[in-house]
Design a binder for this molecule. Structure first.
Ligand SMILES: [Cu+2]
Length: 117
């Protein structure tokens, strides 16, 4: 019984600490992006300067890349997996993201835009 109560107390404290963590630290906004030959959906994504986001990247066919050269971040998108990529844009403007893993004849045109305001 005593052990049980202690466990409940510990679990309660953990939940409290977790809640405080969420409050103290702004959770990144999650943006899902689906890649397939030779497009991204969505292919235009609105972001706010200074707002942290996490891209959740998936592919519907083969391995693709997701590269945002202006922000120096990239990731592989592997079939059957969700790839998470964090970005906090520190400048406003329109920036290209593109596939940097050759995926077939339309690869060169596989791109989209981040519009940061
Ligand atoms: Cu490609």
């Amino acid at each position: 019984m005593r052990t049980n109560r202690r466990f409940v107390l510990a679990a309660g404290l953990l939940a409290l600490a977790g809640g405080a963590g969420v409050l103290a630290q702004k959770q990144p906004r999650v943006i899902k992006v689906v890649a397939r030959r030779f497009t991204y959906t969505p292919n235009e994504i609105a972001l706010k300067k200074g707002e942290p986001v996490t891209f959740e990247l998936t592919t519907e066919d083969i391995t693709m890349g997701f590269n945002v050269p202006d922000f120096g971040v990239r990731a592989d998108i592997i079939p059957g997996k969700t790839t998470r990529l964090d970005l906090t844009p520190d400048k406003a403007g329109t920036f290209t993201f593109l596939c940097d893993i050759f995926c077939g004849d339309g690869h060169e045109g596989m791109s989209g835009h981040l519009v940061v305001t």
